[in-house]
Design a protein around this ligand. Structure first.
Ligand code: ZN
Ligand code: FE
Ligand code: FE
Length: 276
């Protein structure tokens, strides 16, 4: 089963997102747990969560891939700001508990000059602080482009975070634009990249994908998303991805620079690419 979706606005609640997703031909979706720029989050609407969960199961959706705020930096240098970010993570995971069984993906963080090792140490500490023992949420670390001081541009860094946390409820979301920008050649050697992922992290940890083309060439460490087929990855790469046996059944989320009608077009295009 191909689970495809895109980023949706959470401002009208979960049930609205499920209905919008269906109108777009999606059977999963992503949303920001709070305003991506600010940090305010609304009260949890438990009735809305329960109705959404029922709709998702009735309509055979794949797992949702919520996205933490871009501004949440778990390894920022100033301790006061860092601890604030850790509390945001904790609150996000608490909220996601009302949509049990789904994923919460986030950018691991930027170490802002503290060094990758210290960044990883702080991200691990943040997750140990925020993750509850019996939480129904699996946390996903996003593969990053390696822009600036970003942590998570190398599979080894994600592996170090996963090992440091030592939980079953932590996995990885592979962003196609980011990995290509980071220097993993999914255009010419998707099999090789997945094999490397398997050797370093383990493919059982790969839980979701972000499908984005890239505005920049291989290993550029830039992170600028392009529409599917219009960038340096190209249509064939996405055809390989949606048909790859090792990626089967994983939710795939579009984060391309589009409005909703264009998302619907891209979802339809990707569905057409799926070989029976
Ligand atoms: Zn992201
Ligand atoms: Fe992404
Ligand atoms: Fe990105």
């Amino acid at each position: 089963m191909l689970y495809l979706g895109c980023h949706l606005s959470a401002s009208n609640g979960n049930v609205t997102m499920v209905n919008t997703a269906m109108e777009l031909g999606a059977n999963t979706f992503a949303f920001f747990t709070r305003n991506p720029r600010g940090s305010r989050a609304k009260e949890v609407d438990i009735a809305d969560c329960e109705r959404a969960m029922k709709l998702l199961s009735e309509n055979h959706f794949g797992k949702l891939v919520a996205h933490g705020a871009y501004t949440m930096n778990l390894c920022t240098a100033r301790e006061k700001d860092r601890l604030f970010a850790w509390d945001i993570l904790k609150d996000d995971l608490y909220r996601m508990g009302f949509l049990p069984g789904n994923f919460y993906n986030f950018h691991p963080g930027s170490h802002v000059g503290q060094g990758t090792e210290e960044g990883i140490r702080q991200i691990v500490a943040a997750l140990q602080y925020a993750m509850e023992q019996d939480s129904p949420v699996t946390v996903l670390l996003e593969t990053m482009a390696g822009k600036g001081s970003e942590v998570g541009g190398r599979f080894e860094e994600l592996k170090a975070i996963i090992d440091g946390v030592g939980s079953e409820k932590i996995g990885v979301c592979m962003d196609t634009c980011h990995v290509y920008d980071a220097g993993y050649d999914i255009v010419n050697d998707l099999d090789g990249v997945l094999q490397e992922f398997d050797e370093i992290i383990g493919l059982d940890r790969l839980q979701a994908l972000h499908l984005n083309d890239s505005k920049n060439p291989f290993a550029s460490h830039k992170d600028r998303h392009e529409c599917i087929g219009s960038g340096s990855l190209g249509l064939e790469t996405f055809q390989n991805i949606v048909n790859h046996p090792k990626l089967k059944g994983k939710p795939m989320i579009l984060e391309t620079p589009n409005e909703l009608p264009d998302y619907a077009r891209e979802i339809a295009l990707l569905r057409q690419m799926e070989r029976e």
